[in-house]
Design a protein around this ligand. Structure first.
Ligand SMILES: *[C@@H]1O[C@H](CO)[C@@H](O)[C@H](O)[C@H]1NC(C)=O
Ligand SMILES: *[C@@H]1O[C@H](CO)[C@@H](O)[C@H](O)[C@H]1NC(C)=O
Ligand SMILES: *[C@@H]1O[C@H](CO)[C@@H](O)[C@H](O)[C@H]1NC(C)=O
Ligand SMILES: *[C@@H]1O[C@H](CO)[C@@H](O)[C@H](O)[C@H]1NC(C)=O
Length: 770
């Protein structure tokens, strides 16, 4: 009898547990205003009391609470049912109840990682961080030694030579963070370079269950490699004689600010069975931002995002970054890798710097020669020392029947190639699917030719293949295929690639994957803001993984080449740190303005920066242009803005969560936000917007404006001359845009620029008509 009873009891328990779990989701609840008079534990108590009201008991409230946020926002994350969430949203003082996206945010490495390349080389020419001007700037900024950057990412590989602390000064006294230990991570892994390391996993485990310890480390240690790569791009030490697998891009590697202090916040984790994939949960990101701001970081670098942009009140990067504005912390975010399709750009809040990706003046030419003597230039970072001559076959001709369809034929996907037809041969494969090199290798192929679906093969994001190979363009591939199919015993010779700094291609050029405007969430704010190198970037890597996410890849690499806006974001973070070091009192908006108004729109050939197909790029590709940190240090004028300006901006979009009480009845138009660029969408007739510039140059100065109106519009700026008597003085001007285009919804591009003979303060204009 008692056994039956126990069984019944258990059954009920299990059922209840199951139904509860199935109905529970991660919600973020936040309150209007702050409880500044309360201690942290009193605030947490208020949060728990709210959850208790809907859960019925204190124990359940405690069990469902993930984080109590006290600093950047007043709110919490918890596991709630939709009904409980609705109840909470009706409670007094609750500003928002957000159900978070169960997929979380993603890291912004290139979405096809099936390729590779470099940066940061000190080879006498080129090299993003190593030119004379950059060195001058570094000295002025004391190499960033007094500044702290918070890197929200997949953690860090602390043994990398890029993170040694030899010769560094003691940790700045302003630092309030900590070094959290865990799997394979000890206190001693923190040093004067990695001054802090923490991990945030509650949101991840609430979604995915306990971390699988063979897929990730339960600690700040980086399994994925991404976090190590971004952190070293910002602040890695100078390391000599470094190269990627295969000896590519040999030279000295250095972060942008080699003595800056790194504060690591691990928020991205490997979901079960994801093979190198990551999920960065909103609840964890918000907790990390709170910790970072509390700990005293100066800049937050976030190569993380979601596509497309989420509403501001549901986007924890936006919410956290807004609160960070109050502490003058600058947030730098990647634009995403959803290009070149328009409008998919993420991280579009006007209080973050949104970074697009473009190329460097460096490539990896490699050649192939067909049996008939025809020669084609491709690209390769795959290591093989001697030319490889073998029979040539085309992937789609050597498939196992029934393993492919019209959409997958020719890609050499796993399990599709016929071993007997491939053994000892070089296979031509369509390049869009990752891992076709692995398939060719496992069926005994001798080499692979990948076909890149891009106008120029130099636009490819390469990765080191598992066997000899190179990438060629589609146009060349047609010729290779034609040769293979019309000759009796077709052969091909693959020649090893090499690193070329000759800059045959104009650079920068926009990377094809870089996410584009217009800003879908608010077309009256131009995004992206700026571009920086993000194509084929060499930086430090985790030795806990291989250089590609292929399960079959067992290589270990101390340095690796990656592509994505994830890689361009840390370049801008480093630039921001330089500016902060030289101008510690500047606001977050002033720093962003300085970088944007001094950005360049020309390439190293002196012509306008082009997009991936060779057309002139627009502000929707690169915002204000390519970073020029040495100019940004002395911008002349800045477009400043405060937290209250952003709160009003949010009011104009119907969001009242950032104001303590109520939004004004008639908030200013979003175009009126004092932004360093100007976007007006759906213009009908005429619109006049206001801007204010602050003099940060020399005391007495006279600025005159130059305007290039977007085609089909007239732009009038008044006054046309601004007189400044002293530093810190502010002047207003208006920009009137009048439309007479009949092409509805089509965007036109122009710009205006203030000049005083020394400084050029440039702002792009984009306009569309109703
Ligand atoms: C953890 O991951 C490993 C490797 O991917 C896998 O073999 C194992 O089954 C996973 N364990 C669990 C409990 O899911
Ligand atoms: C660089 O490293 C390679 C391989 O580790 C070594 O053979 C070479 O001598 C090194 N060169 C210098 C200048 O240290
Ligand atoms: C191939 O792709 C097209 C377009 O995405 C789709 O409609 C079609 O069903 C696919 N065919 C097969 C056999 O998967
Ligand atoms: C591609 O590269 C070739 C030679 O390297 C160059 O002449 C051509 O203009 C490039 N095309 C585009 C679309 O950028």
């Amino acid at each position: 009898m008692s056994i039956i009873h126990t069984c019944g009891f258990l059954l009920i328990l299990v059922l209840r547990f199951a139904s509860t779990l199935a109905n529970q989701h991660t919600y973020i609840v936040y309150f209007r205003g702050h409880s500044r008079d309360k201690t942290p534990s009193e605030v947490e108590d208020v949060h728990l009391s709210h959850i208790e009201l809907v859960k019925g008991s204190r124990e359940e409230a405690k069990a469902s609470l993930l984080y109590s946020y006290k600093k950047v926002i007043n709110g919490f994350s918890a596991m709630l049912s939709p009904e409980e969430a609705t109840q909470l949203s009706g409670m007094e003082g609750v500003a928002s109840v957000i159900r978070t996206d169960p997929r979380g945010y993603q890291l912004h490495t290139s979405r096809s990682w099936d390729f590779v390349s470099t940066l940061d080389q000190d080879n006498g020419e080129g090299g993003q961080w190593n030119d004379r001007l950059h060195k001058k700037l570094l000295r002025k900024a004391k190499y960033g030694q007094d500044l702290i950057v918070g890197v929200l990412d997949s953690g860090i590989w602390p043994e990398s030579a890029s993170f040694k602390d030899g010769g560094m000064e003691p940790v700045p006294s302003t630092w309030k963070g900590k070094c959290q230990t865990g799997t394979n991570f000890k206190k001693s892994h923190c040093n004067r370079k990695i001054i802090g390391a923490q991990y945030f996993i509650k949101g991840f485990e609430a979604q995915y269950g306990s971390l699988n310890k063979s897929e990730d480390y339960r600690s700040p240690r980086d399994k994925n490699g991404h976090g190590t790569h971004t952190a070293s791009t910002i602040g890695g030490r100078r390391v000599h004689n470094v190269s990627a697998i295969g000896g590519f891009a040999p030279g000295t590697v250095s972060g942008g600010v080699p003595l800056v202090r790194l504060a690591i916040y691990k928020v991205c984790w490997a979901p079960p069975g994801s093979k190198g994939g990551t999920a960065c949960m909103p609840a964890d990101i918000l907790a990390a931002i709170e910790a970072a701001v509390n700990d005293g970081v100066h800049v937050m670098s976030m190569s993380i995002g979601s596509t497309p942009a989420q509403p501001y009140d549901g986007d924890m990067i936006a919410i956290g970054s807004l609160a960070a504005i109050k502490e003058n912390v600058v947030s730098v975010c990647s634009a995403g890798n959803s290009g070149p399709t328009p409008s998919l750009i993420g991280n579009v809040a006007p209080w973050v710097l949104t970074v697009a990706a473009s190329s460097l003046d460096r490539d990896f030419p490699a050649f192939l020669v067909l049996g008939n003597g025809q020669k084609f230039q491709g690209q390769s970072v795959t290591s093989f020392q001697t030319p490889q001559t073998h029979p040539l076959v085309i992937g789609s001709d050597v498939e196992i029947k029934g393993t492919t369809n019209v959409n997958t034929t020719g890609y050499c996907k796993e399990g599709t190639l016929l071993s007997s037809a491939v053994k000892g041969k070089i296979v031509l494969c369509k390049g869009e699917f990752p891992g076709n090199d692995w398939e060719v290798k496992q069926v005994g192929g001798a080499g692979v030719i990948q076909v890149i679906k891009l106008a120029n093969v130099t636009q490819s994001a390469y990765s080191p293949l598992l066997l000899p190979g190179l990438a060629i363009s589609m146009a060349d591939a047609f010729k290779v295929i034609s040769y293979a199919r019309t000759h009796k015993n077709p052969t091909v010779t693959l020649f090893p690639g090499k690193t070329s700094l000759s800059g045959s291609e104009p650079a920068p050029q926009m990377a094809w994957f870089s996410s584009r405007g217009p800003n879908n969430l608010n077309p009256n704010i131009l995004k992206p803001d700026i571009t920086a190198p993000g194509l084929n970037i060499l930086a430090a890597w985790s030795e806990g993984t291989s250089p590609t996410p292929l399960v079959a890849d067992h290589r270990v690499a101390k340095y690796n080449i990656l592509s994505g806006t994830s890689m361009s974001c840390p370049h801008v973070s480093a630039s921001v740190l330089l500016l902060k070091a030289i101008h510690p009192s500047w606001s977050s908006a002033a720093v962003r303005s300085a970088l944007m108004t001094t950005a360049g729109t020309k390439n190293n050939k002196g012509t306008l920066i082009r997009n991936e197909v060779g057309n002139e790029a627009t502000a929707f590709d690169y915002g204000s242009g390519h970073i020029r940190p040495y100019r940004a240090v002395d911008p002349g004028l800045v477009y400043d803005a405060t937290f209250d300006d952003y709160a009003l901006f949010l009011c104009s979009g119907g969001y009242d969560f950032a104001v303590d009480h109520e939004c004004p009845k008639n908030p200013p138009s979003p175009s009126d936000l004092n932004y360093p660029s100007l976007a007006i969408s759906n213009l009908k007739g005429k619109r006049t917007v206001l801007r204010t510039v602050t003099n940060v140059g020399k005391g007495k100065s006279v600025y005159n404006v130059t305007v290039v109106s977007p085609t089909g519009y007239s732009v009038n700026i008044a006054p046309k001359t601004l007189y400044f008597g002293k530093v810190g003085e502010k002047k207003n001007f208006t920009v009137s845009v009048e439309g007479n285009t009949k092409e509805k919804g089509k965007y036109a591009f122009g710009w205006f620029e203030w000049r005083d003979g020394i400084h050029s303060v440039r702002s792009p204009i984009v306009v569309s008509s109703k």
